[in-house]
Design a protein around this ligand. Structure first.
Ligand SMILES: *[C@@H]1O[C@H](CO)[C@@H](O)[C@H](O)[C@H]1NC(C)=O
Ligand SMILES: *[C@@H]1O[C@H](CO)[C@@H](O)[C@H](O)[C@H]1NC(C)=O
Ligand SMILES: *[C@@H]1O[C@H](CO)[C@@H](O)[C@H](O)[C@H]1NC(C)=O
Ligand SMILES: *[C@@H]1O[C@H](CO)[C@@H](O)[C@H](O)[C@H]1NC(C)=O
Ligand SMILES: *[C@@H]1O[C@H](CO)[C@@H](O)[C@H](O)[C@H]1NC(C)=O
Ligand SMILES: *[C@@H]1O[C@H](CO)[C@@H](O)[C@H](O)[C@H]1NC(C)=O
Ligand SMILES: *[C@@H]1O[C@H](CO)[C@@H](O)[C@H](O)[C@H]1NC(C)=O
Ligand SMILES: *[C@@H]1O[C@H](CO)[C@@H](O)[C@H](O)[C@H]1NC(C)=O
Ligand SMILES: *[C@@H]1O[C@H](CO)[C@@H](O)[C@H](O)[C@H]1NC(C)=O
Length: 579
């Protein structure tokens, strides 16, 4: 049942010309994608136990899988620009942040708070309109002022910068220079030219997102106020209208190397969408008709309709394939995945099963209520090809007692917990994939303690990894913590703290990458554009089931696609293209 006349919204006048050029665009892109291919080092297949029985059916594990110690490339340049504070070249993020926090309160400069902001660096408005060029980086300065109108002279404010249009949503990189000025970088690819809103909110002033460790819904220091809203017109000039190639940056499907980049700065985009998309009986958003069911390349590849996102998909420094059911089973077949993470992983695995693999729910279960446990050992079998299966060991790290909360990394201080992990690697057969995260439960701990736990955690995992024989070393994936949303923006695990803790953990993992190569998936960047309200998550979970009886929705509809996209990104990381 179609509810409306869908249309493509949010396009500038130049868009019709771009649409005419669509075919040309596609051809050029195919050329870019194939020629830009990178030859991957295929690992020597060192077989063990189950896997060699099935080689004919299973894809060749990529490097980083069993039998190879892949050394990731040097840091991509300029990564510090994606951190929330300015880190001088060569300095450590963790030390810089720690020092800033220790110094807070030591000079009168700190004893002020931000009342309003001004933004510098935008082109002058003409006839009341601010116009920006496409594919062009704008470095803006956001300056904080006190109530008396004095320019502030220290940092610590957590500004949430949101750039969006009807078919684009992103978080422009924002850097605290520590002197009351904040750098913001804006850039819009020509294909998404149109009318944008730039909105800046102040979530916390004076580092107050970092000091909160007690659970309080209405945390006193949370400001949560919109500081400014600006309308920006990103326009296609003559060249842009005529030459569609100029409208897109170099964007290729993510290869294995792309996952060694710790910080992402991507965007959600959508082409066609149904303006009146409504949830169906199951509270699912199945709004894309067959003629618009596929991704608009190069922003994503594959069956877009399966995200149930009304057209939205996420891309970063490269873009992702959305897996068809059978391709996803091929990717996962014979794998043994160990998960070390929080309750988010219950959702992501369930979403992988139900929205990607078309796994069948047990007959006494329904979509809205089915939930995987916090701790389990399970085999999942392909209902369409019972010879295909994969195994998941879910190890909850919110607390060493899996029904409790609030520990995170410190679960590793409990021997029953570490023994449980180690046991998985001690048998005759070993896991080939380890997906990890910690963060939301670490929010209850102050930064000094967190840094100490992060050091210990990396040391512990490195110790375990080194003990695993070379031919059975698993591939490792660290997923950063989501941006806490809605009411959770003001909780102990709030965006200011989670972003900082993510950076600390990634810095420490990066430091040992020559001994333990970890791939990254930046969930924080992915979730940020959707963290302002509870429409897309309940605060910490972006993948709760449609129609869930849980709060805050109590069976009313919500969007759940951000987590389905995440599950596809895992698949991209585990099964990158073999070019
Ligand atoms: C990184 O920064 C340098 C100068 O600081 C610049 O020349 C280079 O183009 C930048 N690279 C990227 C990928 O932005
Ligand atoms: C990154 O930040 C530094 C310091 O603010 C700046 O000089 C540099 O131009 C930035 N790099 C890019 C690519 O914008
Ligand atoms: C930082 O210092 C200022 C000035 O003393 C103070 O008002 C503020 O509460 C401090 N922030 C934190 C998180 O302690
Ligand atoms: C901050 O300023 C207030 C008055 O504005 C003063 O009473 C207080 O002592 C100052 N605190 C610090 C740490 O400078
Ligand atoms: C700024 O100051 C005005 C006037 O005192 C006040 O009403 C407003 O709440 C303040 N805003 C913030 C974000 O502190
Ligand atoms: C059109 O805009 C692009 C970037 O936005 C710029 O590089 C190009 O020079 C412009 N062309 C003309 C003819 O103004
Ligand atoms: C704050 O620091 C930035 C980056 O170092 C610099 O560009 C800016 O001029 C400084 N602002 C003030 C008011 O000192
Ligand atoms: C806390 O904040 C929420 C949302 O702003 C509001 O609905 C609620 O009444 C507040 N509760 C208290 C105890 O102030
Ligand atoms: C796993 O094996 C290692 C090395 O053989 C051993 O030191 C460790 O105690 C074992 N752990 C468990 C939980 O069985």
């Amino acid at each position: 049942m179609k509810l409306s006349t869908p249309k493509r919204v949010g396009a500038s006048k130049g868009f019709s010309a771009q649409m005419d050029d669509k075919k040309k665009l596609v051809l050029v892109l195919i050329a870019i994608v194939t020629s830009g291919g990178i030859v991957l080092l295929l690992s020597v297949l060192q077989q063990h136990a189950l896997s060699d029985l099935m080689t004919n059916l299973s894809p060749i594990p990529s490097a980083g899988g069993p039998g190879s110690l892949y050394i990731p490339p040097e840091d991509p340049p300029n990564w510090s620009n994606f951190s929330n504070i300015y880190v001088p070249p060569g300095a450590s993020y963790t030390d810089t942040l720690f020092t800033l926090l220790k110094l807070n309160g030591s000079i009168p400069c700190h004893n002020q708070s931000t009342n309003f902001t001004k933004l510098h660096g935008l082109p002058k408005p003409r006839k009341g309109k601010v116009s920006l060029q496409y594919n062009t980086k704008y470095s803006l300065d956001l300056v904080a002022y006190t109530e008396e109108g004095k320019r502030r002279c220290s940092g610590g404010d957590y500004f949430e910068v949101d750039l969006h249009s009807d078919n684009f949503r992103s978080r422009p990189p924002t850097v605290d220079y520590g002197n009351g000025t904040y750098g913001v970088e804006l850039e819009v690819p020509g294909s998404w030219a149109g009318v944008f809103t730039l909105e800046v909110s102040l979530l916390f002033s004076n580092w107050h997102g970092m000091d909160q460790v007690e659970l309080a819904i209405n945390e006193t220091f949370c400001v949560k106020e919109v500081m400014m809203t600006k309308e920006l017109h990103v326009v296609l000039n003559e060249t842009g209208v005529l030459d569609s190639v100029q409208q897109i940056p170099n964007m290729n499907r993510c290869t294995k190397e792309d996952f060694y980049r710790p910080h992402w700065s991507g965007r959600w985009t959508r082409g066609w969408f149904d303006e009146n998309c409504k949830p169906d009986k199951e509270k699912r958003y199945r709004c894309l008709p067959p003629e618009h069911s596929s991704c608009e390349e190069p922003w994503c590849f594959g069956p877009l309709y399966r995200l149930e996102s009304n057209g939205w998909s996420y891309s970063a420094h490269c873009s992702f394939k959305l897996f068809e059911r059978d391709e996803a089973w091929e990717c996962l077949n014979n794998r043994w995945i160990v998960i070390w993470g929080d309750s988010n992983f219950q959702d992501t695995i369930r979403n992988l099963l139900l929205f990607i693999l078309d796994w069948q729910l047990p007959s006494n279960q329904n979509l809205a209520e089915f939930q995987l446990e916090r701790k389990y050992e399970k085999f999942f079998i392909n209902p369409y090809r019972p010879d295909q299966s994969f195994q998941v060991s879910m190890i909850f790290n919110g607390h060493h007692l899996h029904w409790d909360n609030g520990e995170g990394l410190r679960t590793l201080n409990y021997q029953e917990h570490t023994d449980w992990i180690t046991m998985h690697f001690n048998g005759t057969k070993a896991p080939d994939t380890l997906i990890m995260n910690s963060g939301l439960h670490d929010g209850y701990h102050e930064i000094d303690a967190f840094i100490e736990e992060a050091d210990k955690a990396v040391e512990w995992w490195l110790g375990l990894y080194k003990q695993i024989p070379d031919d059975r070393k698993p591939q490792l994936l660290w997923r950063t913590t989501v941006a806490p949303a809605g009411l959770s923006r003001s909780m102990p695990g709030n965006p200011q703290k989670m972003e900082s803790y993510n950076h600390i953990m990634m810095e420490k993992l990066k430091a040992v990458r020559h001994e333990m190569p970890v791939k990254f998936v930046d969930s924080f960047d992915m979730t940020f554009p959707f963290h302002y309200t509870n429409e897309f998550s309940d605060g910490g979970h972006y993948g709760r089931a449609p129609g869930t009886p849980l709060k805050p929705w109590y069976r009313s509809p919500h969007w759940y696609f951000v987590d389905i996209m995440l599950a596809h990104i895992w698949l991209n990381a585990l099964c990158p293209p073999n070019v």
